[in-house]
Design a protein around this ligand. Sequence first.
Ligand SMILES: C[S@@+](CC[C@H](N)C(=O)[O-])C[C@H]1O[C@@H](n2cnc3c(N)ncnc32)[C@H](O)[C@@H]1O
Length: 261
Amino acid sequence: MPPELAGSGISPARGFMAEHAHYDDDLGFWEAHADRLGGPVCDLGAAAGRVTVRIAARGHEVWAVDTDPEMLAVLMERAAADGVQSRVHAIAGSMTDPLPVRDAGLVAVPMNTLQLLLDPADRLTCLRMAADALRPGGEMIFDLAMPHIEVTAELRGCLLDTGHSVDPGNGDLLMHGAMFDEVDIASGDVALRLLIERIHPDGSRTSVERAHRLHLYSPEEIPPLAEQAGLRVVSVAGGFHDEPLTPDAERHVWRLAKDPA
Ligand SMILES: C[S@@+](CC[C@H](N)C(=O)[O-])C[C@H]1O[C@@H](n2cnc3c(N)ncnc32)[C@H](O)[C@@H]1O
């Protein structure tokens, strides 16, 4: 069922912040790297500005790129509410397009967003565009889910309980679930549905589904991509707090630098 027909009818853009209110462990990481590298910053796949607004609040100019104009409208509403709209530039476009800013200190791609590029050629294009936009010494930083692809394949069709959160806007309790409908072990491509049940304060319930097709990267894929794009791997960690990357880590977090010519 297309997501807009399922349950509550809240669009991905309007539902984004509430549906991700429980995902905040990375915010200090992005703020610290923006402060270390300096602006301008480009936030690729910025969605509703979860990271953009936080970085702009620290005084940096941020170019927020997203293919979804409604996400960008929500992002600008949030930037205005926080009084940072003069430093935020919302750009409708793809992360495979030339970036809208030059001499960037940081190109950030938070929350697994590179996984949305299903065509391998697009992955290289995205890194090349970031390399073009960075100033020497600048960095492209992104996090990706660890694939755990065999386990993921075994879980295909199972409803996974991924926790709960509260919508700060109206007090709804959000119960989060996920289901992998397709898992291609050879390519790492998967079809994933996020299932969110809202329990309203009066006890009534509505539900919404968010369907995604994703590429789950193995850590081995990144160094050759970086090299082809002209970026140097500075580090890879197993989380946002410099955890070592171990096989059972939840994510891999990459820093790629543009070296002086
Ligand atoms: C997982 S959300 C991003 C979350 C956001 N980075 C954050 O940290 O809150 C993915 C976003 O990528 C956008 N998107 C999908 N394909 C894209 C593309 N090719 N270029 C830019 N944005 C894209 C979607 O519209 C969506 O807003």
